[in-house]
Design a protein around this ligand. Structure first.
Ligand SMILES: [Zn+2]
Length: 116
């Protein structure tokens, strides 16, 4: 099948036929820096927008996954710090910001353990 000269230059997967590709049948309306025509959906700008959204989504998922992995160890560390603070440190801490953080740690530990 010959391409119409004004059609989009991008290859797209054939629906229902895994591994098969064909030319996009939409009209090329945007000229890329390579001189080829792209439809609105496959234009380099649209692809860049989609890639950016996918990249942000991936980064967010990765950050969530890492946090989930680190969670149990962070909980252990926070419990240790809280225990040490309650034994030795709480009475000598004057800094109100530190006192607030210690209270927050107590709340976070309770939240993580499900006994809020
Ligand atoms: Zn296209």
């Amino acid at each position: 099948m010959l391409d119409k000269p004004e059609s989009c230059c991008v290859d797209v997967p054939v629906k229902g036929m895994f591994g098969r590709w064909t030319k996009c049948t939409r009209k090329g309306i945007v000229e890329g820096s390579n001189g080829q025509l792209y439809c609105k959906q496959h234009s380099p700008e649209a692809k860049e927008r989609r890639d950016k959204i996918a990249d942000e989504k991936h980064k967010k998922k990765t950050a969530e996954f890492r946090l989930k992995l680190a969670g149990p160890e962070m909980l252990d560390a926070l419990e240790f710090v809280q225990d040490q603070m309650s034994r030795f440190g709480a009475m000598v801490i004057e800094n109100p910001e530190v006192k607030t953080k210690i209270r927050e740690i107590r709340v976070l530990i309770a939240k993580a353990k499900g006994d809020e």
